[in-house]
Design a binder for this molecule. Structure first.
Ligand code: FAD
Ligand code: NAI
Length: 465
């Protein structure tokens, strides 16, 4: 009898297993694939960032080196080598998780986990071997998979999802992307930098539609300058692979049908929770009509000894959110009183410049009738930005009009993925914009834009503009 059985070894599952073992609970982890780490390590965060970094080096070699006074003759992409390096990064990272499981004495069982009842899981291995294990507590961390709508079913050849886009054998001449969300812009950026023409077809009015309105507007300008083409407010009707090309048919905002042809089409319209094979009914666990397992504020399902975390439950589909929930559940099971502030889970888009945000957007504050003030500062006004030739972007701080508490921070900036943590820390301690404005920031750094945006939000008193 295990104290805790975790199903799924993504960032939610493997972290839940480590924390459970740290707290002295006998723990098993079930994973259907041969490697640990889930979507994030195998076909998500890690491979996409490896290709984003490689392609950014190539972009710099072809676009900025000369201005820096570095002459490199005719740089070329070796896609096979780029993919091999990415694969090495994946396997080193997955091996790291295996090491952590061994170190924490967690039993890892490979195979598809299926509920027989609320305490018993049967694991079916690739070799069709069945193992039955029992647990006092079970944590479902089975993640998500790519979503698509009727007419855009991926054939995984030319109509592809992010998984295939991370393993391309050729650089597309022209890549069509359906969805100007996180995957569309990150993987679109990879192939744009490697030389593809990239055309994005998006249903909403602006790119990254769930982020602060200023992000979508400003970032679209930057991407257009880089050569991205956008078809906004287009409703995709069908995508066809005719062997050598793909043809997307979409209705534009006037209802007129347009045809867009390319070599590949990346379908990036969101992800959906993955529960196939689990036999939720066998355990009596409820899911909603979107396929998400229903959980209460303690991530507990309607069956009290079964918990669910990460992409398979409500909330942002992010690795760090899944990790926080993994720790929460392990601590809750062991009798502690943990805490997660879901409002302060930062979101990052790893384009260049990067985009990062935490807290409320301007649209949300307006909708909630919260009176707020806003201060922003352009990256180009920083000495650090001119030194590195990364002048695009801005940082915007939204603060409560009366109390000055910071309510949201939104940025397009070099290294925004790292910069955002200053805002998260400040907001976790409920700092005011004035608090941030009075902290000494090192010069020259991109962090100075946070101080300046805070100065601008308090009494409109930025120093360097
Ligand atoms: P997953 O990582 O999906 O893991 C679930 C695991 O459960 C899988 O290994 C699966 O095989 C296993 N499983 C499922 N069913 C069973 C079963 N019945 N039996 C046994 N095993 C089972 N997030 C970020 O925060 N930052 C990023 O930069 C980022 N980049 C991304 C890039 C891409 C291209 C994609 C697709 C996603 C990205 N994400 C990123 C999202 C991130 O990958 C997910 O939010 C995260 O992996 C969710 O973790 P999880 O533990 O809930 O599930
Ligand atoms: P997304 O939700 O970010 O973006 C989907 C986009 O597709 C939206 O802009 C939406 O308006 C558009 N869309 C939806 N239906 C459409 C249609 N019929 N026609 C045209 N456009 C349509 O989803 P995405 O990019 O697929 O990513 C999935 C998840 O993976 C995200 O929720 C994200 O959290 C996670 N992820 C996170 C990353 C990160 O943290 N850096 C990187 C990649 C993925």
């Amino acid at each position: 009898m295990y104290d805790v059985i975790v199903i799924g070894s993504g960032p939610g599952g493997y972290v839940a297993a480590i924390r459970s073992a740290q707290l002295g609970m006998k723990t098993a982890l079930i994973e259907k694939y041969a490697t640990l780490g889930g979507t994030c390590l195998n076909v998500g965060c890690i491979p996409s960032k490896a290709l984003l970094d490689s392609s950014e080096h190539f972009h710099n070699a072809t676009h900025t080196f000369e201005k820096h006074g570095i002459e490199v003759e005719n740089p070329k992409v070796n896609l096979k080598q780029m993919m091999e390096r990415k694969d090495e990064v994946i396997s080193q990272t997955c091996d790291g998780v295996k090491f952590l499981m061994d170190k924490n004495k967690i039993d890892v069982i490979h195979g598809i986990g299926t509920f027989l009842d609320s305490n018993t899981i049967e694991v079916l291995s690739d070799e069709k071997k069945k193992t039955k294990i029992e647990g006092k507590n079970i944590i479902i961390a089975t993640g998500s998979k790519p979503n698509y709508f009727p007419g855009m079913e991926p054939d995984k050849k030319r109509i592809i999802t992010s998984t295939e886009a991370l393993k391309m054998k050729e650089i597309p001449g022209k890549l069509l992307v359906i969805g100007a969300g996180v995957i569309g812009l990150e993987l679109g950026s990879v192939y744009k930098r490697l030389g593809s023409q990239v055309e994005v077809i998006e249903f909403a009015k602006q790119i990254l539609p769930t982020m602060d309105i200023s992000i979508g507007k400003d970032f679209a300008k930057i991407l257009k300058k880089d050569g991205f083409k956008f078809h906004m407010e287009h409703r995709v009707q069908s995508v066809k692979n005719n062997g050598k090309k793909v043809l997307v048919k979409a209705l534009n905002k006037k209802g007129v049908e347009v045809e867009i042809e390319g070599d590949y089409c990346l379908v990036a319209v969101g992800r959906k929770p993955f529960t196939e094979g689990l036999n939720l009914k066998g355990a009596g666990v409820d899911a909603n009509d979107r396929g998400q397992i229903i959980v209460n504020e303690n991530l507990q399902t309607n069956v009290p000894n079964i918990y669910a975390i990460g992409d398979v439950v409500r909330g942002a589909m992010l690795a760090h959110k899944a990790e926080e929930e993994g720790v929460y559940v392990a601590e809750f099971i062991s009798g502690q009183k943990p805490h997660i502030n879901h409002n302060l889970i930062p979101g990052v888009v790893y384009t260049w410049p990067e985009i990062a945000a935490v807290g409320k957007t301007e649209q949300e504050l307006i909708e909630d009738n919260v009176e707020f003030k806003s201060g922003s500062f352009p990256i180009r006004a920083l000495g650090r930005a001119r030194a590195s030739m990364d002048i695009n972007g801005m940082i915007k701080i939204l603060a409560d009009k009366t109390t000055d508490e910071i309510l949201g921070v939104h940025m397009i900036a070099p290294r925004a993925a790292d910069l955002i943590m200053e805002a998260v820390t400040a907001m976790e301690y409920r700092a005011s914009a004035e608090d941030l404005a009075r902290i000494c920031h090192p010069h020259p750094t991109y962090t100075e834009a946070i101080k300046e945006a805070a100065l601008s939000a308090t009494e409109n008193r930025p120093l360097h503009i």
